[in-house]
Design a protein around this ligand. Structure first.
Ligand SMILES: Nc1nc2c(ncn2[C@@H]2O[C@H](COP(=O)(O)OP(=O)(O)OP(=O)(O)O)[C@@H](O)[C@H]2O)c(=O)[nH]1
Ligand SMILES: [Mg+2]
Length: 297
C-alpha cells in the first residue's frame, strides 16, 4: 500500500520557504531572492521517497498588504491551509516573530492543525547557544509537533524535516504521477525564472512591480532549440527604462542569466526574446492581476 502526506510551507516573507521547497523537491521549481514577496502564488512541489508521496505547497510570505496583489497573496496563504496533513511553519531564527505570525500560529492550534516549526538560517547565528532560548520562548506560546533548527544554505537539518514529514504520511493512493515534480505549467516556470533574475538584479520598487508572461514556447523541428518569447510588464514608464537599462544592458544581463537557468531546467538550448511593456499600476487592477494568473481565485 502506498502513502502520502500533504504539507503547506508558510511563514514570513524571506524566511526561506521557496529555498526549502527546492531542496525538498530536488529541483529548482520556485524563485528565490533576497527581496521580500518573491513568491506570489501557491506552488505545488512533489517528491517521492520509497512508497510515500510528499506533496508540498509553497505559499507567498506573510507581510503587510500594500495593494490588491498583496491581498490576493495573503488569501492564497489562508486557502492553502485546508485539506492538508500539517503546516511547515518557517521562521528566520535571527528575527523576532511578528504579531501576524503569532496570530496565524495560534489559529492553527485552535484548529488542531499539526505544525512543525522550522527555524531557518541558523548559519547566521553567532552563538548557536541562543537557539535554546528562541525555541523555549516560542514554544511557551504555541504547541508544535516538533521544532527543527535548519540551514537551507548549508544543507543542514533538511534530512530531519524529511523524516518528520514521513512520520505523518498515511496510507493512500498517490495523487500525482511519480515523475511529476510540480503542477506549474512550463510557461509559468519559465516566466518565474525570468522574474527571479530581475528581482535579483534590480533595486527598490522596480522589481516588485514586474510580472512576466511567457507568450510562446516552441521547440524547433530541425534543431534542438527551444524558442521562448516573453513580455515583461512593469508599472511605470520610468521603470521600463530601468528594466531595459543603458543601451539595453540590464535586459540583456537578465535574459542571459535566465537563459542559463532555462537551459538547465529544460535540458535543451534556449533562444530567449524578451519585450518590455507598461501596465500602469497593474498591482491594483483586478482584471490584469487575474489575466496574469496572480489572482487567488
Ligand atoms: N543565510 C541564509 N540565507 C538563506 C537560507 N535559506 C534561504 N536564504 C536566503 O533567504 C532569502 C529568501 O529566500 P526565499 O526562499 O526566497 O524566501 P521565501 O520565504 O520563499 O520568501 P517569499 O517568497 O518572499 O515569502 C534568499 O536570499 C535566500 O538565499 C539559510 O539557511 N541561510
Ligand atoms: Mg518564496
Amino acid at each position: 500500500m502506498t502513502k502520502s502526506v500533504f504539507v503547506t510551507i508558510a511563514g514570513r516573507t524571506n524566511a526561506g520557504k521557496s529555498s526549502l521547497l527546492n531542496v525538498l523537491v530536488g529541483e529548482k521549481i520556485a524563485s528565490v531572492s533576497s527581496k521580500p514577496q518573491t513568491t506570489r502564488t501557491r506552488i505545488t512541489g512533489i517528491r517521492n521517497i520509497g512508497d510515500t508521496q510528499l506533496v508540498f505547497f509553497d505559499t507567498p510570505g506573510l507581510h503587510k498588504p500594500k495593494n490588491k496583489l498583496s491581498e490576493h497573496m495573503l488569501k492564497t496563504v489562508k486557502e492553502s491551509i485546508t485539506d492538508i496533513d500539517a503546516v511547515l511553519f518557517m521562521m528566520d531564527c535571527t528575527k523576532k516573530p511578528t504579531e501576524q505570525e503569532i496570530e496565524l500560529l495560534k489559529s492553527f492550534n485552535t484548529d488542531k492543525m499539526p505544525v512543525i516549526l522550522v527555524l531557518n538560517k541558523i548559519d547566521l547565528l553567532e552563538n548557536k547557544s541562543d537557539l535554546a532560548g528562541i525555541i523555549s520562548s516560542i514554544s511557551s506560546e504555541i504547541d508544535f509537533v516538533t521544532v527543527i533548527p535548519i540551514s537551507v544554505k548549508e544543507n543542514n537539518g533538511i534530512d530531519i524535516v524529511q523524516e518528520e514529514l514521513l512520520k505523518l504520511a498515511t496510507e493512500s493512493p498517490h495523487f500525482f504521477p511519480d515523475e511529476m515534480i510540480t503542477d506549474q505549467p512550463e510557461k509559468v516556470i519559465a516566466g518565474e525564472m525570468i522574474r527571479e533574475k530581475l528581482l535579483i538584479m534590480l533595486s527598490d520598487e522596480v522589481p516588485h512591480g514586474i510580472a512576466v508572461a511567457v507568450e510562446t514556447m516552441t521547440e524547433r523541428d530541425d534543431k534542438d532549440i527551444l524558442d521562448i518569447s516573453a513580455v515583461i510588464y512593469c508599472e511605470k514608464e520610468s521603470h521600463k527604462g530601468i528594466v531595459i537599462g543603458k543601451d539595453g544592458a540590464m535586459l540583456k544581463a537578465a535574459s542571459t542569466a535566465a537563459r542559463k537557468d532555462l537551459e538547465d531546467f529544460f535540458r535543451i538550448k534556449v533562444n530567449l526574446k524578451c519585450w518590455v511593456k507598461v501596465k500602469e499600476d497593474w498591482r491594483n487592477r483586478e482584471a490584469i492581476i487575474r489575466s496574469l494568473g496572480l489572482s487567488d481565485k
